[in-house]
Each structure stands twice: as C-alpha cells, then as structure tokens.
Ligand binder design. Sequence first.
Ligand SMILES: NC(=O)c1ccc[n+]([C@@H]2O[C@H](COP(=O)([O-])OP(=O)(O)OC[C@H]3O[C@@H](n4cnc5c(N)ncnc54)[C@H](O)[C@@H]3O)[C@@H](O)[C@H]2O)c1
Length: 384
Amino acid sequence: MTARIPVGIVLNGVTGRMGYRQHLVRSLLAIREAGGVALKDGTYLWPEPVLVGRSEAKLRDVAERHGLTEWTTDLGAALARPDVSIYFDAQVTSEREKAIGLAIEAGKHIYTEKPLATTLHGAIELARAADAAGLRHGVVQDKLFLPGLRKLKRLVDGGFFGQILSVRGEFGYWVFEGDWQSAQRPSWNYRAADGGGIVVDMFPHWHYVLEQIFAPVTAVTAHVTTHIPRRWDEQGEPYEATADDAAYAIFELEGGVVAQINSSWAVRVNRDELVEFQVDGTHGSAVAGLRGCRIQPRAATPKPVWNPDLPVSHSFREQWQEVPDNEEYDNGFKAQWEMFLRHVAEDAPYTWDLWAGARGVQMAELGLQSAREGRRVEMTELDR
Ligand SMILES: NC(=O)c1ccc[n+]([C@@H]2O[C@H](COP(=O)([O-])OP(=O)(O)OC[C@H]3O[C@@H](n4cnc5c(N)ncnc54)[C@H](O)[C@@H]3O)[C@@H](O)[C@H]2O)c1
C-alpha cells in the first residue's frame, strides 16, 4: 500500500456555507475520496480535519455525517495539538483576524478564505507575522480556477486579444430582502459592524482576477451605495442594512487597460451567468463567465451601422464563438487546496499568499475611500 502522510488541519467556521460545502465536502473530503494528494516522492498527503466552531451540536452533526471524529468548540485546544500543522479559516469575516493571529502564534501554516481582514492594517500585520514566524500562507482565490476564467487566461496568454483595451465586469443578482421570501445570503453580509458589505466581499475577488489575468491595479474610482436599507434576518426580524450592497467601480491597470466592474445584490440577472467579464482588444474580444467563454476575433467582427429607423435584422450574440474546454476542470476550491498542501509539504510554488490577500483588502479599502471622498485613489505597493 502507498504511504499516506497525515496532515492535521483545523477547519474553523466549518458549519458555514463556504466552510462546509466548498472546503470540507468538495475539497478535503473529495481529496480523501481520491486517495489523498500525490507528492513527488510517491507518498500521499492525507488531510485529517479537526472541525472547530461555536456550536457543539452542529459540529457533532457535521462530524457524524462524514465519519469524522475530531471536533471542538475550543480553538485554543485545537491549535495546541501537535498533530495539527495547518489552520484554515472560513468564519464570518469579522472574526478572522483574531483567530489567524492566534494560529500564527501557535506556529501553524495559514490558509484562509478572503477577505483576509476587515482593514488593510490588520491584513498587513497578519502577513508580516506569518512571514516572521517562517510559516507558509495562502488565501482562497477560487475565481481563478473557474473554467470561464481559465479559458480567458488562456486567451490572454495566447495573445488572442492583441492589445487589451478594456474589461467590463457585471456581477450580481437579486438578494431577497427576507420579508416575504427568505434571503439567500446570511444577514451579517448586510451589517457593516459584522464585516459585511459588497466592497469588502467582492473587491478582493476583483483584485486577484485583474492582477492575475491582466495586470496589477494602479488606481480605483468607485461609487458605493446601499440600495436596500432595510432587510429581514434569519429569525424574520427586521434590521437596518448598514453595509453597502452595490458598487460601481473603475480600476486602472498597469499598461493602460481600463476595467469597469459593477457589483450589486440589487440587480436582476439578464446575462448568461451571475458574473461576466467582457474583454475588448485590438485583435479580438471575449465574454467570460463562470463556465463559458465566447470570442469574436477581429476578422469575424461584423460592421454594425447606427440606424434607429430600421429594426435589428440579426442577433449580435449569435455572432460569437464558444471557446472549447480542451481540458477537465476540477472544483476550484479543491484544486487550490491541493496546491497549498503541496506548497506546505514539498515547497511547491504558490503565488496566492497573505500578501496577495492584503492587496485585495487594500483595493476594498481604497474603493470605500474613493466613494467617501468622491475621488480617484492610487494603489501603492505594500510596505513589508
Ligand atoms: N471565496 C468565495 O467565493 C466566498 C464566497 C462566500 C463567502 N466567502 C467568505 O467566506 C466567509 C464565510 O462566509 P459564509 O457565506 O460561509 O458565511 P456563513 O454565515 O454561512 O458562515 C459563517 C461561519 O462563521 C461562524 N462564525 C464564527 N463566529 C461568528 C459570529 N460571531 N457570527 C456569525 N457566525 C460566526 C459561523 O458559525 C459559520 O460557521 C466570509 O469571510 C466570506 O467573505 C467566500
């Protein structure tokens, strides 16, 4: 039998939407089902989850459902275990900084959901502390592993676009207020004091998508608002939505590319996917969503003529061509976990560290500053 190397991983916030579904079930348990993570020396890393949360009943339920035995409501005790080497955080955003700080003190490698912290100052402190302690660290950047964005990256790398001019992103859907139909996202997302807000939530995603697929972001201009000021929580109680639920932003990228991204929980979807990015370049354009990606090369670009007196005689959307998969796409969260585990176990390269996470928090903070002050704000390099 092939050697299995157990790796103890504290999973904090494992009863939440992301912690349970994406990280425990679709990533770590899926890795176990596949036999572990294959290392270069022929051995297999075998994740041993230690579930951490606030509710004994919920943790016991999750553990029993999946035949797991290790769980506790005592984070300190979990971090003191010598058989644990990695701390993972998928708690509500407002709880993250404190918990990661404790995990760094305990000498555990850090892997975490985004945003890394609610403030840039907090994010930088964590990145510095993890470096100073000589630990490995990483932040979830799942969108990069989506089939649609992988195909987009392939187009960029293959030179399809010629010179890239602009990127337009549309993200959002209607999140029900919670009165006559329950809301489909947790209520803390709409309270500023609990780390909510669409800017803090989504700008970290937009940051790595722009930086990793196109070029580093150099400046941010944003208009941020709360369209729906009153919502109803999980208990059916009304509350004031103190956090922003829509952001209309322009991001300037190195090399002159202009990216415009609308993010909103108060729009109705008239697109093929919940997020779409249109990229226009001198030699071609593409529209990428979560899974699909369509292109229109320069040579196949029709010549529309503006004439409001005539009805449109053809469908513009049918003039685009689907990009083939050409490879199999695994769950993005799982793929990134495997890379992080290899990074910890055998020093495999890994780009998306806490500094990358801090740059995402920086862009969120600058977006809010831009909106507050009504001006364009430049991104500066972080001081390590
Ligand atoms: N990568 C992504 O695409 C993505 C998507 C959604 C959310 N997230 C991030 O994941 C994290 C969790 O989001 P979620 O949607 O799973 O939230 P959720 O409300 O479903 O889960 C939150 C978890 O945190 C725990 N928790 C700890 N302290 C808490 C407190 N004081 N109040 C409430 N809950 C507390 C809860 O018990 C639960 O396990 C957030 O930081 C969010 O930004 C990432």
